[in-house]
Write a protein that binds this ligand. Structure first.
Ligand code: T5A
Length: 208
């Protein structure tokens, strides 16, 4: 059976993932691909409930291990209920964030040992890796000013600047470790330049 391809968009807060995800979907549709769009945390009814818990600011602190486990609970459901069935039906799945976000936010940002995260990846993701990850990289101050202009900050967006610097460094180190899969794009450029780079990566995937 011909499987679809799995593409993820990653980056810090306000990097432009959602904006460019729409472009990816339109481009793939224009090439005749059937595309399913999703996001993490979320993507399924259970996952969206978990997302609300994770993003909501509350007086009750969520421990970092609880946060990690909630994210992987949502992910396990997402993979089983939505991503794998979509890929098996030949759809291309385009997802706003996936496993790399856990290494960046929970590993880099929260300083959780990477082996703990790997254990969850190895046991609860069906070993499903993206075919292509577009990492939109922007300096933290640019990303945060975009986000703050837009809406009231959620629980993650309310973290200290040092948290976001660690997240960014962790993403950059993953991109350096997996250059074949993770394509780093300067997200502070104009959308036209960003999308012309994205098109080049998609064209390679379309013929592979
Ligand atoms: N999380 C998630 C974890 O901690 N671990 C995990 O494993 C996972 C999966 C929610 C949170 O969950 C955490 C991390 C997150 O904090 P989210 O909603 O996907 O995840 O994350 P956000 O980063 O909050 O999403 P945002 O919508 O804020 O950022 P985007 O999608 O990167 O940015 P976007 O496209 O909405 O753009 C933001 C603004 O900038 C403008 C846009 O028009 C928009 O107004 N913009 C540009 N302006 C000028 N030039 C450009 N090139 C621009 N690109 C975008």
């Amino acid at each position: 059976m011909k499987m679809g391809k799995f593409i993820t968009l990653e980056g810090g807060e306000g990097a432009g993932k959602t904006t460019n995800l729409e472009f990816v979907v339109e481009y793939l549709n224009s090439k005749g691909k059937r595309v399913m769009v999703s996001r993490e945390p979320g993507g399924t009814p259970i996952g969206e409930d978990i997302r609300s818990l994770l993003l909501k600011k509350s007086k009750q602190p969520i421990s970092k291990d609880t946060e990690l486990l909630l994210i992987f609970a949502a992910r396990a459901q997402h993979i089983m209920e939505k991503i794998l069935p979509g890929l098996e039906a030949g759809q291309w799945v385009v997802c706003d964030r996936y496993i790399d976000a856990s290494y960046a936010y929970q590993g880099g940002g929260r300083n959780i040992n990477l082996n703990k995260i790997k254990l969850l990846v190895n046991n609860f993701t069906n070993k499903l890796e993206p075919d292509l990850t577009l990492l939109l990289d922007v300096p933290v101050d640019i990303g945060m000013s975009r986000v703050r202009e837009r809406s009231v900050p959620d629980r993650f967006e309310s973290e200290k600047m040092s948290f976001f610097h660690s997240v960014r460094n962790s993403y950059l180190s993953q991109a350096a470790t997996f250059p074949n899969r993770i394509k780093k794009i300067d997200g502070s450029q104009s959308l036209a330049l960003i999308q012309s780079e994205i098109t080049q990566y998609l064209d390679i995937l379309l013929v592979s």
